[in-house]
Design a protein around this ligand. Structure first.
Ligand code: ACO
Length: 315
């Protein structure tokens, strides 16, 4: 599913923030308790360390408050909290309710679960709310994958991390920053990446890898075309941070130089729906994003789901 935006009310990102737990777990820390080693993890995934701890709501609240401060907005100016997470604090209520209360947002709150594609899904949904009259939204990706990880299973444990990233999205007259979006899912592949109630994350790593490259490239190409652009027009690629080799393969197939990709997986591991906002905020904080730049956000995850969006920064 893909479309260019034709509405007259768009959105712009006016604030951003992150929160990660203080506790750093290095590859060497993991190799002390399981049969793995720093060289294998770095070579096969690009991960050097990850942050572990906290709750999904606590990290989301901290990231959300940081984004509000950056935007110069008060909580009571926000119409709704849209929280992407696949690791809710509880099954009921939605974790967004805890976040809404913790931040003091008087408006609505709901969770979006599209696994690692969740933040881009949430961003697309938030633009829909702006189009029908919302003024300001807090869009957050927050995860504590460590809570659904079997720390004796090296096939998953070396990959995951905890964290949150948030943006404040404000309505503007005219098209705003979002030039195009592309959302997709194939539920017949849900067995590749799953976690039952009370269970641990299971992943068919090889198959996920294979499918991920294909769906990310297809989705990104559609979003670029819908925006009326070519790969050469993409100034910055903000990909889901699941594996550095997936990011490299996607860059190669898309014809986007790897230097244009934001990489934070070395510091944070795979933080599911938090990974794209963590990378986006890193790019903003290091001055890699200038007004007029075309930013391509693209991710994939359990479901399988995939999602891409092209933004023209500034406005
Ligand atoms: N440390 C050391 N050795 C390991 C480890 C480890 N942690 N894990 C596996 N190995 C060994 C295997 O046993 C195997 O040994 P063998 O050759 O003697 O049999 C060898 O390393 C190669 O294993 P593979 O599974 O073939 O390794 P691969 O190169 O496929 O990398 C990985 C595995 C990193 C999981 C990769 O397949 C991947 O990144 N897949 C996609 C993951 C992903 O994107 N997941 C989606 C998101 S996850 C989420 O949503 C939370």
């Amino acid at each position: 599913m893909a479309t260019t935006r034709t509405g007259v009310r768009g959105g712009i990102v006016t604030g951003w923030g992150i929160s990660v737990p203080d506790k750093v777990v290095t590859n060497d820390d993991l190799s002390a308790t399981m049969d793995t080693n720093d060289a294998w993890i770095r070579e096969r995934t690009g991960i050097r360390e990850r942050r572990i701890g906290g709750t999904t709501s606590q990290l989301a609240i901290e990231a959300g408050l940081a984004a509000l401060a950056r935007a110069g907005r008060r909580p009571d100016e926000i119409d709704a909290v849209v929280l992407a997470t696949t690791t809710p604090d509880q099954i009921v209520p939605g974790t967004s309710a805890t976040v809404q209360d913790g931040i003091g947002v008087p408006g609505g709150a709901f969770d979006v679960n599209a696994a690692c594609s969740g933040f881009v899904y949430a961003l697309a949904v938030a633009h829909g709310l702006l189009a029908i009259g919302a003024e300001r939204l807090l869009v957050i990706g927050s995860e504590t994958l460590s809570r659904i990880t079997d720390w004796d299973d090296r096939s998953v444990a070396v990959l995951v991390g905890d964290g949150a990233g948030a943006v404040v999205l404000e309505a503007v007259d005219g098209p705003g920053q979002l030039l195009s979006w592309n959302l997709g899912a194939d539920g017949s592949l849900r067995h590749l990446l799953m976690c039952d109630h009370g269970g641990y994350l299971f992943m068919d790593g090889k198959e996920v890898f294979r499918k991920a490259v294909r769906v990310v490239v297809d989705s990104a190409e559609q979003a670029i075309a819908e925006a009326g652009l070519t790969a050469a027009d993409v100034s910055l690629l903000v990909p889901h941070q699941a594996n550095l080799r997936i990011i490299s393969a996607a860059c190669q197939r898309l014809g986007i130089p790897e230097e244009k990709a934001v990489v934070v997986i070395d510091r944070y591991g795979n933080t599911s729906s938090a990974s794209i906002p963590l990378a986006l905020v890193d790019a903003l904080e290091t001055g890699r994003l200038q007004p007029g730049d075309h930013v391509l956000l693209t991710g994939f995850g359990g479901g399988m789901t995939w999602a891409s969006a092209v933004l023209r920064w500034g406005g």
